[in-house]
Write a protein of this length. Structure first.
Length: 271
């Protein structure tokens, strides 16, 4: 049975739906677990306009409670956060980890130097006017930061590993020069990665991460799970059939699950 651990709530200001609608969709997609992982607060506040604030946390925990109550025994509801990895953010992540007995924390990179939220569609012009050497530099910076995030060992699950390709701007040549050092860092850290299907609906038209990355990650025995990054109930478990094909084609043998920040594994079964 499949899980979907990367989903959002309206508390981040760019998602919609009720706990009941999300639970209903997860059940109708035959998931065994529905995990809630909204964009975590980030200090110093106000940080940006697409996340929860610290004062939202009680409402967030209520939202999770409502989902659990409605789910009853029909599906397991897990609680998490999608945290932002920023240089020097370690003690803030520690504080977030203590706000609740979370089932898992996702670590994601949405920001590079000078607080540049590179995956925000408002930057499409900057991306499109970047030279090949600038794209190369941005990719280098992204993957170096991703390795540092893995090394921190602060996260159970590392989010959308190649989000940097979102607007389809990729360096030329073999991309293994970016992937391999990061895959080594992830393998050393013991953290899991997600196959995030949201990328299929972005300009890159491809899940995060790429098939080449997935194959290398399977070789390195990195734990993996499939997620949708749903910002609407109808997006829960979206494209999971295709994702399963990719996971199996990449030679993964099992999927990882989380409970109270402890991993377990289950054999891959079809939807
Ligand atoms: Zn979001
Ligand atoms: Zn994200």
């Amino acid at each position: 049975m499949l899980t979907d651990y990367h989903t959002h709530t309206p508390l981040c200001h760019h998602a919609e739906g009720t706990p009941q609608e999300f639970v209903d969709q997860a059940i109708s997609c035959n998931l065994s677990e529905y995990g809630i992982s909204d964009h975590a607060p980030q200090s110093p506040e106000p940080f940006d306009d697409w996340r929860m604030t610290i004062s939202d946390i009680p409402k967030y925990l209520e939202w999770i409670q409502e989902a659990k109550a409605y789910a009853n025994n029909k599906i397991i509801v897990r609680s998490g956060l999608e945290c932002d990895w920023l240089p020097g953010n370690e003690s803030w992540i520690d504080q977030l980890s203590l706000l609740h007995h979370w089932d898992y924390l996702i670590g994601s990179i949405h920001y590079l130097e000078n607080k540049w939220d590179f995956d925000n569609p408002k930057w499409i012009g900057r991306w499109n006017s970047s030279s090949p050497s600038e794209i190369d530099q941005i990719w280098t910076q992204y993957w170096d930061e991703y390795s540092r995030m893995a090394h921190s060992q602060l996260f159970d699950l590392l989010g959308h590993p190649d989000l940097i390709k979102k607007f389809s701007q990729r360096p030329t040549g073999d991309l293994r020069r970016f992937y391999e050092p990061t895959i080594q860092a992830i393998a050393d850290s013991g953290s899991a990665i997600e196959l995030n299907t949201a990328g299929l609906h972005k300009p890159c038209c491809e899940q995060y991460p790429s098939e080449q990355f997935l194959k290398l990650a399977a070789e390195a025995n990195i734990p993996i799970t499939i997620t949708s990054d749903a910002h609407h109930p109808k997006e829960v478990a979206r494209d999971f059939k295709e994702a399963l094909d990719l996971i199996q084609g990449s030679n993964f043998k099992q999927l990882v699950k989380f409970e109270k920040r402890t991993k377990s594994f289950s054999a891959i079964t079809r939807l």
